[in-house]
Write a protein of this length. Structure first.
Length: 381
């Protein structure tokens, strides 16, 4: 995989020459922004409410960011052929972790989304599943063999359905929506017949509707969240309303660093509502700046897609960049109350080890597949 012998320096030099430095710097910049906002939004809260050292969360965030940056370099420097062979096995391991949650998962605030293993404390498997899901779906669709293309689309749909069922069971509506939209993007880009796509979409909605109708105790929260979003008086919308108020108070230029009050009123504001925290203190202009960075990364990656010959690489790059941008848009949409609450973190910026590592895996694969020394290696099986 990596040779740490005498030619290690030459490998790193070659990697540095061929890596897309523009995208690399933007990923690193987003991580550093997350660190800065973590310091700004958690220091006073930790000292006042958690009875811990002022920089407790910041130091943990710094540790996660350091691990994430290391992962980006390692993943982007690995030989592409080896990486592609290795990632599907990781996908099956991540699915295994996801399947273990109903049995040994840790429940927090009514949701069972985490595993607390001795070697992976407080780990959220879906963050590992997401980028690997893109890889596996692209592999299923792009491989040319005797299996008819429509059957391969159907197989990918079954994989999506399986993952979605376990996510809704946690419950985690936001991640379910994210994976569905990412899958639709990959399918659309691959040239899938829109009639079949509409049939798949209708089938999925029918299945979800039946689950809500027959298992209201378990899945009725989906309807409740939608109802609360449409009519706030019918449910608890305290956090989303406070986030919207904070954005309004911030205006264009913000209240100033450390002057925001959302972080004191809303639990976990540095994860699910980090955009609102940033907007309150630094203004809507800074939010537009962050959104522009994500969109520019997408633009640079899609430029590479247009030049790429291999269908598999195209689908992976489109899928991963869609995953990041759609997640960013969902997070922003929740914060400004355009969509119901989902509990979605902001890639690279929100606090959380699982989220940061998952974002790093996506970033590392994108950088690996956009290197200048990329060669046509992928052989259809």
């Amino acid at each position: 995989m990596l040779n740490f012998g005498r030619d290690n320096t030459s490998k790193i030099a070659k990697w540095w020459r061929n890596i897309n430095k523009e995208i690399l710097f933007l990923f690193a910049f987003l991580f550093l922004l997350g660190l800065f906002f973590s310091f700004s939004s958690t220091s006073s809260v930790v000292a006042d409410k958690m009875n811990k050292e002022m920089y407790f969360i910041f130091i943990k965030h710094l540790t996660f960011v350091s691990i994430s940056l290391f992962l980006i370099v390692i993943i982007s420097i690995i030989d592409k052929k080896i990486l592609i062979k290795f990632l599907p096995y990781l996908f099956f391991i991540s699915i295994l972790f996801l399947l273990l949650i109903p049995f040994i998962g840790t429940e927090v605030k009514g949701s069972k989304r985490w595993l607390d293993l001795f070697f992976l404390p407080r780990f959220q498997p879906v963050e590992l599943v997401k980028p690997l899901f893109v890889i596996f779906i692209a592999k299923v669709i792009a491989v040319e063999n005797k299996t008819e293309i429509n059957k391969r689309y159907f197989y990918s749909f079954l994989i999506l359905l399986l993952i979605a069922f376990f996510l809704i069971n946690q419950p985690d509506l936001g991640q379910t929506l994210l994976l569905i939209l990412t899958w639709v993007t990959i399918i659309f880009v691959s040239g899938f017949n829109m009639i079949f796509l509409a049939i798949f979409g209708f089938s999925f909605l029918l299945i979800m509707s039946l689950l809500i109708f027959f298992f209201r105790d378990k899945f009725g929260y989906i309807f409740l969240r939608i109802q609360t979003f449409i009519d706030p008086k019918t449910g608890d919308n305290f956090q989303s309303q406070k986030a919207l108020d904070a954005i309004n108070q911030g205006g264009l230029t913000g209240q100033g660093m450390g002057e925001g009050i959302l972080k004191d009123k809303v639990p976990e504001a540095h994860t699910d509502y980090i955009i609102a925290v940033i907007s309150e203190e630094f203004g809507a202009i800074f939010i537009l700046f962050i959104v522009t960075i994500f969109l520019f990364i997408g633009y640079r990656v899609l430029n590479k897609v247009l030049l790429e010959q291999e269908e598999f690489i195209k689908l992976v790059l489109v899928g991963l960049v869609s995953l990041l941008i759609i997640q960013m848009l969902i997070h922003v949409g929740v914060n400004i109350r355009l969509i119901p609450t989902t509990g979605m973190t902001l890639p690279f910026l929100s606090y959380g080890g699982s989220s940061l590592v998952g974002s790093a895996i996506s970033a590392g694969i994108i950088l690996n597949f956009t290197r200048k020394d990329a060669t046509r290696y992928y052989k259809n099986e």
